[in-house]
Design a protein around this ligand. Sequence first.
Ligand SMILES: [Zn+2]
Length: 135
Amino acid sequence: MEENFKLLRRFQYSSEAQIFSGKLESEGIKIYLRDNNIVDSNPIWSNAVGGVKLFVKSEDFERANLILSDISQFSFDENNKLIKCPNCGAEEIEMVTSIKDLKTFFAFIFSLLFILIPFYSKHRYKCNKCKFEFN
Ligand SMILES: [Zn+2]
């Protein structure tokens, strides 16, 4: 790394990392991903290498952190209550995108950058505990 980069977030999958990177880049923040190729070639290694790391420049760190904080780690309903898993009742629900292939991914990023539609236009919820997915 030529410049002074700082670790912002870790992700289990590089697709996740790329979505957040896209969000940051759309805000004009330069990002750098590490270990995404390793994780891509074998997702099982993700835990071993500590996930995909998303770095930003030190001077952008606070702003980038703020942008990502807007996207809460766990999902809330309209009443600002944590959404419960219909399967196991855990309140650790993450929003996951329904992006399945590269074409959809680029269409998504394109719309993200140019139309500025709400961040998760297509999404599902996923329970962090039992991995149950629902809409
Ligand atoms: Zn669950």
